[in-house]
Design a protein around this ligand. Sequence first.
Ligand code: FES
Length: 350
Amino acid sequence: MKKNRARKVLKFAVSQFTYPRDPKDFLQVFHNLTSARYTRGVVSRVVRETSDTSTIFFRAGDGWIPHVAGQWARIGVSLNGKRVWRPFSISAAEGHDPSITVKVNGEVSQNLVHEATPGTVLYLEEPSGQFVLDETPSSILFIVAGSGITPVMSMLRTLMPRRPDHDVVLLYSSRTPEDCIFHDEILELADQFPGLKPIFWFSHEDGRIDFSETGDIPRLCPDYQDREIYSSGPDAFVSQVQELAVLHGGQSRVERFDITRRTSASGNGEVYFSRSDETLEVTGADSILEAAENSGRQLPHGCRIGICRSCLVPMTDGQVSDIRTGDVTQDPGLVQTCITRPAPWVALDI
Ligand code: FES
């Protein structure tokens, strides 16, 4: 009884010092979201979208800069005692708590899809990326494939409520209806906002989209040449969209979710890390970054597909080849480890 009374008196005293906030609010400040070195996020909800894809909603701590629709952020998770980072597109609308929609495609995504639960702590870097809407967008054609829907979903969730009549065609290719992320929500958006016309394409039944001038795009969207084209998905897919746009003197904004590797850019090579005096063997078609990670080393990186230049390190000797083009660079300078491999030997000043 006495203990209870003492507790009440203490609580009252603390509340006088912390008014108008509850003491719990201050405890929260020092809780999960606070870190001297990193911005952290705490998972608030996980929604299963398809058999191998989940959306992970999180509350971001101090230091998080609100995203612009279409951007991505590097997210870090703790795996086997190490912190591992990968970039993920943000699927939430602008002005909302962030969410990422993750398809299993490696150990980090596997961890997020299968292990993340409310309360899981994530490490965050600020959103970045240029795949964003114009301030005053004209009529739009989105052409997306697979997980490429993720940044586009952020754009649709942001744009359509602001401009319900905006003229938007969404051509969305997925393998089957079961693989189609956000299928029902897209239909609901189209019901609610008459300007949005979704076209679902299922490659398992319909085959690949024919991007030729007389192919599927003019048939599905006859005025495509008058629209701003945004494309997001695998490298080979968005490259075809770009080629079609260029044929008509137009442009498209693209977001690539992978890179196409030249088969000739493979074989065995070696990287010499001069600061640690260690040599790493690089086999198959791996990039320097991938080989280093497979051996347990951490190298700086961001997008992993040659866009952000976060992975630049000094090359002091030897040469590297570009895994996308096979082009060889031998002049000392900075190299992007995510898209290069030794050809066949290179020394890096790290
Ligand atoms: S990690 Fe982005 S360019 Fe290499």
